[in-house]
Design a protein around this ligand. Structure first.
Ligand SMILES: Cc1ncc(COP(=O)(O)O)c(C=O)c1O
Length: 396
């Protein structure tokens, strides 16, 4: 371990996360299991705050806090000053969207796998700013149809919203091609990488996107209540968050203020310091394992699970396309996905259910109300995957 190209030692990883041995944990797309190191980092800081107060406790960890954007920058392939930390992927995503100077008639393109919270934020812009939200059709492989996208793009399209991995499907969206097309027409691209960062090796330069949002608690295995935004340097200057505070700006005169030159203009002064330290520990661990190793392991774990489930009569897989990542979705004939989830929980297998309102366009197009979502991280063993398949077989 320690560099890309090496294989992940599942037993060693489970030793760092004892809860991963007590159950078959298949919900890293929901909220993953943190390592003991992450939990200990958070708890130790809360205890320190209780002893010396939050300000002194934060000062003591100043170096580690400054190291967080450096580590995330290494992960994403960007400079640390292009990152802004927040309390969720959604906060980060909507901070970018609300900082754009919208004019009535501006067009926004979303794709078939758009996430509910993003769609709601954009529909709010439609209601309040007079922008128009339109949907790019999906091709048979599950990607945005590039011909249709080309036909929709014109100078009034200010933003194209892409989701790299949807909340309800294993499909990995081809981001770079759609991004290049959008840029040819002068549109910005915001990438929801909430389900991909920590699962796949994500490089913002290779993808070419203008902004990216992600969360801590899912595939990154960080604490809840953490997230971050990346913004490309060339677009940063024109962006003003609608509710900056004294972290993101300086009060320079009685009637004047200046925004920070970097992406910290999107940050708020008050924050969960313990959570950020925990996120730093989680990102350090991922960097030690190597993001490409993690991606290979996750894809392989999910493929094993998918083929085991696919062999069961009465079980339908719902992942679309050929480029499939770590999310495995399925239904069991004649059984409500929630009942399947509960039956699996009884059998020591943790999964979640993705419902139509989370990805309304895609679920409606495919005639689905809800699906069981199993998302194995690299720490799930072969034996555990077999147990999961056995539990689904028994739940039919
Ligand atoms: C694709 C996608 N985008 C965004 C989010 C929202 O993330 P957060 O809850 O951290 O705001 C989720 C959460 O499930 C998601 O799956």
């Amino acid at each position: 371990m320690g560099h890309d190209g090496a294989v992940i030692d599942i037993a060693a990883e489970q030793a760092l996360t004892p809860a991963s041995r007590d159950q078959v944990f298949l919900d890293s797309a929901g909220s993953s299991l943190p390592t003991d190191r992450v939990v200990d980092t958070v708890v130790a800081h809360l205890r320190r705050e209780a002893r010396v107060g939050g300000y002194r406790a934060a000062q003591e960890r100043a170096d580690d806090l400054a190291g967080l954007p450096v580590a995330v920058g290494r992960l994403l392939g960007c400079a640390p000053d292009l990152l802004a930390f927040s309390d969720s992927a959604t906060r980060s995503w909507s901070q970018f969207v609300t900082a754009l100077p919208w004019a009535p008639g501006d067009r926004i393109l979303i794709c078939g796998n758009e996430y509910a919270s993003n769609a709601i934020a954009l529909l709010q812009r439609a209601r309040h700013d007079g922008v128009v939200v339109e949907v790019v059709p999906t091709d048979p492989a599950g990607d945005p149809d590039l011909d249709a996208l080309a036909a929709l793009l014109d100078e009034r399209v200010r933003l194209v919203s892409l989701v790299q991995v949807a909340t309800n499907s294993g499909h990995v969206t081809r981001v770079a091609e759609a991004t290049a097309l959008a840029h040819q027409h002068g549109a910005l691209v915001l990438l929801d990488a909430c389900q991909s960062v920590g699962q796949l090796a994500v490089d913002v330069e290779a993808l070419g996107v203008d902004a990216l949002s992600a969360t801590g608690r899912k595939w990154l295995r960080g604490p809840r209540g953490t997230g971050f935004l990346y913004v490309r340097r060339e677009v940063l200057d024109g962006l003003e968050p609608p509710a900056a505070d004294m972290r993101g700006a300086t009060w320079t005169g009685t009637t004047s203020y200046e925004l920070n030159p970097d992406a910290t203009r999107f940050e708020l002064w008050e924050n969960d310091v313990a959570g950020r330290l925990g996120l730093g520990a989680a990102v350090d661990h991922l960097l030690e394992l190597g993001p490409a190793n993690v991606e290979a392991a996750v894809r392989e774990r999910a493929a094993v699970l998918r083929s085991g489930l696919g062999a069961l009569a009465g079980v339908r897989l719902h992942d679309v396309g050929t480029d499939l990542g770590g999310i495995v979705t399925f239904t069991v004939d004649g059984r409500d996905p929630l009942a399947v989830r509960d039956a699996l929980r009884e059998a020591g297998v943790t999964v979640s259910v993705s419902v139509r309102t989370s990805t309304r366009l895609d679920m409606t197009a495919r005639g689905l109300d809800s699906v069981v979502r199993a998302s194995p991280h690299y720490f799930v063993s072969d034996l555990q995957l077999e147990q999961a398949v056995g539990a689904v077989a028994a739940a039919r």
